[in-house]
Design a protein around this ligand. Structure first.
Ligand code: ZN
Length: 146
């Protein structure tokens, strides 16, 4: 049971390629040029703030974020995994989980920051190719959530 807000991009649509849907959230892969290892955890209910979730819900939400981070660390060996939750433009609770590489176009800046260099297309393609392995591992990790 979710309350949808018309005109909210995350109520009106999935918000990316759906990797896994559970009762209270979904994990999607986000198509963002230059950042192939980009996932979001989107809470189904339209709520802006993390503390509007119950404590159990907050734990579940961050467990899902952590599962994505761990799958990334194991499968992609990024320089860093970035976690972020803003909701300034889309006030619908979602967490960004972004694998970052020392060679990516913005590292060490945030992906929303200033561009530092051109990323190698070959390296980007290599990461994109490894996402299926990451997602297979992630689905196993997320099996315990209904
Ligand atoms: Zn919404």
């Amino acid at each position: 049971v979710t309350e949808k807000v018309h005109g909210c991009v995350l109520c009106d649509g999935p918000g990316g390629r759906v990797v896994r849907t559970a009762a209270r959230w979904r994990v999607v892969h986000v198509t963002e040029p230059g950042f192939p290892a980009y996932y979001r955890v989107i809470w189904h209910t339209h709520l802006p703030e993390f503390t509007q979730l119950s404590r159990d819900e907050r734990i579940e939400c961050l467990d899902v974020v952590a599962a994505i981070e761990q799958a990334m660390l194991r499968e992609l060996q990024p320089a860093k995994v970035n976690l972020a939750s803003f909701g300034n433009r889309v006030a619908h609770l979602h967490w960004h989980v972004i694998g970052r590489f020392a060679w990516d176009s913005h590292y060490p800046e945030a992906v929303w920051g200033a561009k530092q260099r051109e990323a190698s297309p070959d390296r980007l393609a290599d990461i994109a190719q490894r996402l299926s392995g990451l997602e297979a591992r992630l689905l196993v990790e997320l099996q315990r959530f209904t």
